[in-house]
Design a protein around this ligand. Structure first.
Ligand code: SAH
Ligand code: SF4
Length: 362
């Protein structure tokens, strides 16, 4: 007979079947799952939610992922790069408002000019904040040399989502060429760790052809890699992308949202002391999406600090929220929301992954 959810929730380790069972929880069972995750979060990482001010530095991208609205092949996107002055201004805003950390994210490029521009920015941000602002990068696959250069210039965390841990599925969401190679992405995650970064990865949830078994594999991938941070959220279709043709085969947006919440909750139960982000894509489906994610296990939030004039162009998917709010409005709104979700904001702290600290010490 199938195990009861209550019984699974008393365990400390989980089989793939257990994970699938938790992912399949019905509405009533879901409440139990979320309560257990909330309890573990409180015990291991506490109430604090840490800010990572997000700067969407550029939507220029050399890749063609089938799901992404800023893919190179989307000719209808107006391309931009934020000026160094504006990046510094946004970083200063984060520093002055005690955000603790920022994230610099962009489409993937690895030309020399781009690499050195990022290094220069890192240096300037370090000087401006006297090294106090934590810096996360999310700039895709790069050579070891580049990862090292950026690390030496002050970046200390890196986000590189595996997107989907099943290599076969990876092949269905990406062109079949050297630029979009599953193994290469895995190798990059290893290189990042070797260089010394706190490494984050993640997946999209509710992609076409993806099953609950695949999502259980994603969770096991995070565990087996012993990852420090995870950012994951629902897949949201974008009209000008190849994957849009499968839009009628998708789960409803609400189902994708609840699956994402379950993924966050289960991961918190599995990996008690890692950092888990409440991602913007969750808010794109449910206006209170990020707060709900915080309630069931997430402890990181990424307020958008991209200058408003660029935001409409960083459209990875449809209905991306807050494209018209400025940083000040965003800050006030978030503060209220986090308090409503029972969280406290870790102002002025880096909020590094406890899991990372523990592994480094051992
Ligand atoms: N170019 C870098 C970082 C920017 S893209 C990289 O690819 O790593 C950041 C993330 O946006 C991707 O990792 C992907 O998971 C997410 N994303 C892209 N298209 C999406 C979509 N249609 N729905 C949900 N998330 C999407
Ligand atoms: Fe480029 Fe990242 Fe979008 Fe892929 S997901 S097309 S690498 S921005």
């Amino acid at each position: 007979m199938e195990k009861k959810l209550e019984q699974i929730l008393t365990q400390d380790t989980f089989t793939k079947e257990d994970l699938v069972r938790m992912l399949a929880a019905d509405e009533q069972e879901r409440t139990l799952l979320f309560a257990r995750a909330a309890q573990i979060k409180e015990q291991y990482v506490g109430k604090k939610v840490f800010y990572r001010g997000l700067i969407e530095f550029s939507n220029l991208c050399g890749k063609n992922c089938f799901y992404c609205g800023i893919r190179a092949g989307n000719a209808s996107t107006h391309r931009y790069e934020v000026t160094p002055e504006e990046v510094l201004e946004a970083a200063k805003y984060a520093y002055d408002n005690k955000f603790g950390s920022i994230v610099i994210q962009a489409g993937e490029r690895s030309d020399k000019k781009f690499v050195s521009r990022i290094s220069e920015l890192l240096q300037q941000i370090r000087e401006m904040s006297k090294g106090e602002l934590g810096i996360t990068l999310s700039l895709g696959e790069q050579s070891e040399e580049t990862y090292r250069e950026w690390f030496e210039h002050g970046a200390h965390r890196y986000l590189l989502r595996i997107e989907v841990s099943n290599p076969e599925l990876y092949g269905r969401y990406h062109p079949n060429d050297k630029k979009h190679d599953y193994q290469q992405r895995i190798d990059c995650l290893h290189t990042l760790r070797k260089v010394g970064y706190q490494v984050g990865t993640g997946v999209m949830i509710g992609l076409p052809f993806q099953s609950l078994e695949d999502m259980a594999d994603d969770l096991m991938f995070f565990r087996d890699f012993d990852i420090d941070m995870v950012g994951m959220g629902p897949y949201i279709e974008h009209e000008s992308t190849p994957l849009y043709q499968f839009k009628d085969e998708l789960l409803s947006k609400t189902d994708r949202f609840y699956l994402s919440l379950k993924m966050v909750a289960i991961l918190r139960i599995m990996m008690k002391d890692i950092n888990i982000a409440a991602t913007t894509a969750m808010q794109a489906i449910d206006p209170m999406g990020r707060e709900k994610a915080i309630k069931v296990g997430a402890n990181i939030i990424m307020p958008n600090l991209t200058p408003t004039s660029y935001r409409e162009d960083y459209l990875l998917y449809e209905d991306k929220p807050c494209t018209d709010e400025d940083a000040e409005e965003c800050k006030r709104c978030l503060e209220a929301r986090i308090h409503m979700a029972g969280g406290q904001i870790g102002y002025g702290e880096w909020g590094d992954s406890k899991h990372f600290e523990k592994r480094r010490k051992s």
